[in-house]
Design a protein around this ligand. Structure first.
Ligand SMILES: C[S@@+](CC[C@H](N)C(=O)[O-])C[C@H]1O[C@@H](n2cnc3c(N)ncnc32)[C@H](O)[C@@H]1O
Length: 250
């Protein structure tokens, strides 16, 4: 049988949010490749080899997956959430472009997953219901001044925003600087949502006015959402519901 390569999103955590299409690919795979905690979400079974690796070796992992598919294996590269959102799909295409021409004849498919910002938004209401953008706050793969520029321009354009990778032990300062910039440019009390470990047993949701947001409210398991200037809160029996109206007055 000829090999193939699928780049699949496992969703935010809950098994119920792994799509049937991704489950079917995993059921047919001979090899699963990915970052250690994501590969740990795939059930072991006879005939399936799990290749878990550290997060810092994305391109090596992608090349390994392509090599195995070229050798006739049925390979699934797994990411959390969606594989095209700050994840492995781009890394595989980078490796493909840099690799042997023969790799380009492979059967390669990307299977979407539910990304963290959409799972978080759904939990709290509809804070991304109008125009929004997603920004990765890690400066591992881009300079910090580019992050600040994008934050400032997105705030000036009144986008709602989703922030991935807000804060880690290796990057303790960046999120505080991002908050200070947003508090300064936005200048209002629009809601900020700290959604941690969404859809897992450790899930927490917290809504605070932007001026009260603190750096230690986020960690690497948190996606942070910020409303636009029209975002509203309805206090419900089970907690706040946050939504951004569908229209903006001319
Ligand atoms: C390297 S990015 C991967 C994003 C992933 N591809 C996606 O589409 O959700 C990792 C970041 O995603 C966010 N994230 C992933 N899963 C999450 C969850 N279940 N709850 C909250 N945030 C999550 C966090 O901001 C985390 O730092």
């Amino acid at each position: 049988m000829s090999g193939w390569l699928v780049i699949a999103g496992l969703g935010p955590g809950a098994q119920a949010q792994v799509t049937p299409e991704v489950q079917a690919a995993l059921a047919e795979a001979t090899d699963v490749v990915g970052y250690i905690p994501y590969v740990a979400r795939v059930a072991e079974r006879p005939g399936l080899t799990l290749h878990a690796s550290d997060n810092r070796v994305e391109l090596d992992r992608a090349a390994h997956a392509l090599e195995m598919a070229a050798d006739g294996r049925r390979v699934v590269v797994v990411s959390s959430g969606d594989p095209g959102v700050f994840a492995m799909a781009s890394a595989v295409f980078e490796a493909l472009e840099a690799g042997p021409a023969a790799w380009r004849t492979l059967d390669i498919r990307v299977l979407p997953g539910i990304t963290a910002m959409l799972a978080a938004a759904a939990r709290i209401g509809a804070p991304l219901g109008h125009d929004f953008c997603a920004i990765n706050l890690s400066d591992n793969l881009k300079p910090w001044n580019l992050i600040e520029k994008r934050l400032r321009l997105a705030a000036e354009a009144d986008f709602a925003m989703a922030f991935y990778n807000p804060r880690s032990k290796a990057r303790p300062e960046g999120f505080g600087k991002a908050l200070a910039l947003l508090q300064d440019v936005c200048g209002d009390a629009r809601p900020m949502i700290f959604a941690r470990a969404v859809t897992t047993p450790e899930e927490t949701m917290r809504v605070v006015p932007l001026p009260e947001a603190q750096p230690d409210m986020a960690d690497m398991r948190t996606v942070v959402l910020l409303g636009n200037s029209t975002t509203r809160i309805i206090e419900g029996a089970t907690g706040p519901m946050v939504y951004t109206p569908r229209s903006v007055q001319a």
